[in-house]
Design a protein. Structure first.
Length: 605
């Protein structure tokens, strides 16, 4: 069944004014923008802060209710985060901090108040050092995000240039000396370099080897997160109760069988707008057509780090969906309450005839890429792996019969690709089955012809312990110069001749061989070449996504056609390479073709 786009985003809460629009760059097409912030929180100007000032911070360490902790202001580093964005050095304390061992990953965005006015958010930490020290992103800078009507308001520099400011804050000796005097400790006890708190990443569905591979994928993509195993989340009705400052909040790239979301804390709210994190997630500005979904979260626990080296972190599960994340900026992310996020549904029906089991799975992808790294291929591949492993209930040899359908809109308009195939592995059948789909989707999303929007991906798979293979036992060849069929290492032919082949296949568990006849035309040029007879996958470019997959193609339509025509694992393919080109003959079998034979071809003139 073909996939359909899950209802382009809609506003589900009333908008008091329709006069203000996001000028065409709103996160999701066709949505009226919410009012700009009409009642921003009162903030404490950085200029009014002094060493020794005491404040109160709020965050969630269990469940959904924020709890308070003590904050002492130690000093300010002007332009410490970036030009125009100061860095506030603090030390935290209190029973909550005693419990967590310091500032934990997931505190990002925790609001800090003095007398009811917002100072900023705890968003930076010192690692390999005393984790009670931290950095606060000033509220003065954060609340400017409330006024961003679209993605055009920026700091006048690219993310690449600003990245060095956001990733490291070096404390000068004068600030460390001032802090040491305030605390009555040695200067050496005050840490030297702060970094944005890493984001705990909730990941559902993956266990053991799969979890490690997914975590490696995130590192390759350049995403500095702390992944942990979480329960799956789903897209349900929008939450009734809005997010409040101090609440746990998450930006979700996907939910369902493969849930992947970054967890932090809400700093401030104004009308339907929510500010969180106090530092970037991806730092990609306006979200574009497919923003992350904004979820609430329930904290399970905080895992402390007694070593003070690696960093404590929160473990949380996503709760209800609240809206979308439409801004991802240097001083935090911004969400909009009441907007249903659009998604790419990835669905699967996986069965196992050995166990008589079947499962219908779904993953909804909100964000199609991050840092320019295609996310759809990974999400779809891991979704399939999750469901196959559940239904197979083992890791080991076997076969997978898979058909998947992808639909979307590419540079040449709407496209649809249907891809059936059979896979066999003597080691890990489920893992073997995901690579081709991953490679095809990567080539589609990362193509050189233009952007792609996916509408959906549907999969139907059957996984079994049976070995659905047929092995090439022998090959007999003949030509006009050597007309009798024999097993040969070398075959003489004339220019323009036709090579006749008899390929004998033995299916796993069968006693009798099957014979397949193929014929391959010989070019009129050249002196000879090589004839290979093998399964189709051995000659296909599954991993062309590494750089030259689109070489020789002149359009996106040609790319889809090339993928559609790629030989399958159950294709028996005879390929003659001679005269500077290739001639092929193909037979589609019922099972995966194993083995290969080669014949040297000599063209006699």
């Amino acid at each position: 069944m073909g996939a359909t786009r899950r209802g382009r985003s809609r506003v589900v809460t009333a908008v008091a004014s329709v006069g203000l629009l996001f000028g065409g760059t709103l996160a999701t097409p066709g949505i009226a923008a919410p009012d700009l912030c009409t009642s921003p929180p009162d903030v404490v100007p950085v200029a009014d802060l002094s060493p020794g000032d005491t404040a109160t911070g709020w965050t969630v360490v269990e469940g959904t209710d924020p709890v308070s902790f003590d904050v002492e202001i130690l000093g300010v580093l002007p332009d410490g985060i970036a030009p125009g964005v100061d860095f506030i050095l603090v030390q935290v304390s209190g029973p909550v901090i005693d419990e967590t061992g310091g500032i934990a990953f997931g505190f990002s965005g925790s609001p800090v108040y003095i007398g009811g006015d917002l100072v900023g958010s705890v968003s930076y930490g010192f690692f390999g050092a005393d984790q009670t020290f931290g950095g606060v992103t000033p509220a003065e800078s954060m609340v400017k995000l409330f006024d961003y009507p679209d993605g055009t308001v920026a700091m006048g520099a690219t993310a690449t240039r600003l990245q060095s400011f956001a990733q490291r804050v070096a404390l000068p000796d004068r600030l460390r000396t001032r802090a040491s005097r305030e605390l009555n400790v040695s200067v050496s006890d005050v840490p030297t370099t702060a970094k944005p708190l890493r984001i705990p990443a909730a990941v559902s569905g993956l266990q053991g080897r799969h979890f490690k591979k997914f975590a490696k994928t995130l590192r390759i993509a350049g995403l500095d997160v702390v992944p942990y195993r979480a329960s799956a989340a789903t897209v349900g009705p929008l939450a009734v109760d809005p997010i409040e400052p101090g609440d746990a909040v998450a930006g979700a790239l996907s939910v369902g069988d493969l849930t992947f979301a970054g967890v932090g804390t809400a700093t401030a709210v104004c009308d339907d707008l929510v500010l969180a994190f106090g530092h970037p997630f991806f730092w990609e500005g306006a979200a574009g057509d497919f923003p992350m979904a904004m979820f609430g979260a329930s904290v399970v626990t905080v895992v402390p780090d007694p070593s003070q080296i690696f960093g404590a972190f929160k473990i949380a599960n996503l709760s209800d969906v609240h809206g979308v994340i439409d801004q991802d900026r240097l001083t935090g992310i911004r969400g909009i309450e009441g907007i249903e996020p659009s998604s790419v549904p990835v669905t699967s029906v996986v069965s196992n005839p050995d166990l008589a089991t079947i499962r219908n799975g779904e993953t909804d992808i909100f964000r199609q890429e991050f840092f320019g790294f295609p996310f759809v291929p990974d999400a779809a591949a891991f979704h399939l792996l999750i469901n196959e492993d559940v239904i197979n209930d083992r890791i080991g040899p076997g076969s997978v019969t898979l058909e998947w359908v992808v639909e979307g809109t590419g540079p040449d308009g709407p496209f649809r690709l249907v891809r059936p195939n059979i896979f066999y592995s003597p080691y890990d059948s489920s893992f073997e089955s995901i690579f081709e789909m991953y490679a095809f989707l990567f080539r589609i999303q990362d193509n050189e012809f233009g952007p792609v929007d996916f509408d959906g991906i549907d999969m139907t798979a059957s996984i079994t312990e049976q070995q659905l293979t047929a092995e090439i036992v022998r090959v007999e060849s003949a030509s006009s110069l050597q007309p009798s069929f024999q097993e040969r290492d070398r075959l003489k032919v004339r220019p323009g001749d036709t090579i006749q082949l008899r390929v004998f296949l033995l299916s796993e568990g069968a006693l009798d061989e099957d014979m397949v006849e193929l014929s391959v035309a010989v070019p009129r040029r050249g002196r000879g070449g090589s004839l290979s007879i093998q399964g189709g996958a051995a000659d296909s470019c599954f991993f062309c996504f590494y750089g030259d997959g689109d070489e020789g193609l002149d359009s996106f339509t040609a790319l889809i056609r090339d993928l559609r025509q790629t030989p399958r694992n159950n294709d028996l393919v005879a390929t003659l390479r001679a005269g500077g080109g290739k001639r092929k003959a193909t037979f589609r079998a019922d099972d995966v073709i194993l083995g290969e034979e080669h014949i040297d071809v000599r063209i006699v003139r």
